[in-house]
Design a binder for this molecule. Structure first.
Ligand code: FNR
Length: 346
């Protein structure tokens, strides 16, 4: 309708202040997890890190059977990124890149399917560093700023980056000021250095200092060790003195951490996650990983062992008494003529 179109045109840009956010997580942050996080109360959700070289090859296709937009790798037909209207206004795509022009090409292609673009400047994995991506960019602030400024100046959506702190406070403050100077809309800060591991204590006090020097929202991160319930999220945010917070591991294990009313039972959570996985034809190996993250030590139980043997969506659904739902839905999708990820409509 005209009204819908007008609303869209005049809709404000994504506001990053005072938000509780699902942090970017490889393999975890796919569509079912993101939708569930929003349902549970997250304000904004990030995709898993998607590499620019991969996205640049992808073809955008409208998947009418599923009601999704798919970015499909034409070489093998796999879906690199799937999204839908439900999440669009609250969705940030995180990109791994080391090149401004390439990042911009991807940004231009994808910007109207998302609400924000984030650049990963915090990943310490060898794959990222070798490619000049992730935390490697923190050692090259000029390059990092060039990438951000190119995106800010040429895209219609807000741009952000996610970094780690440096070993020294003054250096960190100097760095974030430079990054903020590019015109980014917010900055995500994982309160650990590149060499600190998840089990090390984070440094909320460092974020507290950084915040004083910036006038854009700071999204603090790194508190999951001490996040066991919703109010712990607010506690870590307040400890950091930050406007917003993003949660990774605590949400990976239990995405109902975003639920103000309290955590859901494990089986309830798994059923909801399975339903979304079926509805959006999520790849079974990805759904399996998601459930393993939720079950953890429960994988040792007889049911857990049965689950570990499962390979198809139907086998997984059967364990939680959702087999009929799964079969009915798969039949429906077949009837519509497009079976999710397997068929590409260019
Ligand atoms: C991550 N993290 C991460 N960070 C990022 O910027 N892009 C990514 O794709 C990923 N992938 C990822 C996968 C998994 C399984 C985990 C556990 C973590 C790091 C994550 O976003 C966060 O910075 C840290 O986990 C610290 O926050 P928490 O876990 O203490 O809330």
């Amino acid at each position: 309708t005209l009204w819908a179109r007008l609303t869209k045109m005049t809709a404000g840009k994504l506001d990053y202040s005072n938000k509780i956010i699902l942090a970017p997580m490889v393999r975890v942050g796919t569509l079912p997890t993101r939708l569930l996080a929003l349902e549970m109360g997250a304000d904004i959700v990030y995709t898993e890190e998607l590499i620019d070289l991969k996205l640049i090859k992808c073809v955008r296709s409208v998947n009418e059977a599923l009601g999704t937009i798919d970015y499909v790798d034409p070489s093998d037909g796999t879906v690199s990124f799937r999204t839908c209207e439900l999440e669009k206004s609250r969705l940030v795509l995180q990109m791994g890149t080391s090149d401004a022009e390439r990042a911009l090409a991807v940004g231009k292609k994808i910007q109207y399917d998302i609400s924000g673009l984030d650049i990963n400047m915090g990943c310490p994995k060898e794959f990222s560093i070798k490619g000049g991506m992730g935390v490697a960019l923190l050692a090259q602030p000029e390059k990092a700023c060039h990438i951000l400024k190119t995106l800010v100046d040429n895209l219609d959506i807000p741009v952000t980056c996610k970094i780690r702190i440096l070993p020294n406070l003054e250096d960190t403050i100097e760095l974030v000021k430079k990054l903020a100077g590019t015109g980014i809309s917010a900055i995500g800060i994982h309160a650990r250095t590149r060499d600190e591991r998840p089990q090390h204590s984070p440094h909320p006090d460092v974020i507290r200092e950084i915040v004083k020097h910036l006038d854009i929202p700071v999204i603090c991160n790194g508190g999951s060790r001490d996040i066991e319930k919703y109010t712990d999220i607010l506690k870590f945010r307040d400890l950091c003195g930050a406007s917003s917070i993003m949660v990774a591991r605590a949400a990976q294990m239990n995405v109902s951490i975003f639920r103000k009313e309290g955590l859901l039972e494990m089986d309830d959570l798994i059923c909801r996650y399975l339903k979304l996985s079926v509805d959006y034809d999520n790849p079974p190996h990805n759904t399996k990983y998601g459930i393993q993250s939720i079950m953890r030590e429960q994988q040792e139980t007889p049911r857990g062992k049965l689950f570990l043997k499962s390979q198809t969506m139907q086998q997984m659904c059967d364990i939680w008494n959702m087999g009929d739902y799964c079969r009915q839905k798969e039949l429906e999708l077949h009837t519509k003529g497009t079976f999710g990820r397997r068929k590409v409509i260019p």
